[in-house]
Design a protein around this ligand. Sequence first.
Ligand code: UDP
Length: 181
Amino acid sequence: TGLTMTLPLYGVFGASGFGREVMPLLRAQLQQVVSSEQLVFIDDAPSTTKLNGYDVLTWAEFLARPASQRSVVLAIANSRIREVLAQRCQAAGVHQLSVQAANVVRMDSITLGEGAVLSPFVSLTSNIRIGCYFHANFYSYVAHDCIIGDFVTFGPRVMCNGNVHIEDHAYIGTGAILKQG
Ligand code: UDP
């Protein structure tokens, strides 16, 4: 009699390069609990309606699709865009997801804010404080006693040694070595 169950909907915001790398991590993280129809890309300027088998929705379409709850991971490397989109999500009651690869190493006493993306082979060692919407791309690490602000972005293979402080919105490029202290 037309009884349909409404399920949670999960969006990867950004249907471009980084988004396509984050979707498989989100899928792996949720594979026990969701079907692929509950996973979508969201993009404000979609160039296609299907990407790697997933629907690409505009923001309006994402909000309009029946769902018991809506969650998003911001998969856009530009931190200023992440900040604007985080506000948009909050205003619409859309939850923030953090996504991390299965092989990420996390040691002791780590504080990590909401909306983080930790790519494969990332390590966070001990006694680290990291703000919201942190992105750490492949093979990056953060060592002991680092303090990292909000909306910080690490490209691939960033080596952040101990006792480094990084301010909000910093972008650390591929292969950078941040020396101790
Ligand atoms: N984008 C968006 N809303 C914005 C700004 C950007 O949906 O306010 C989308 C944009 O259309 C593009 C993606 O985010 O598809 C950013 O892709 P880009 O290749 O620039 O960056 P990356 O994937 O490397 O983070």
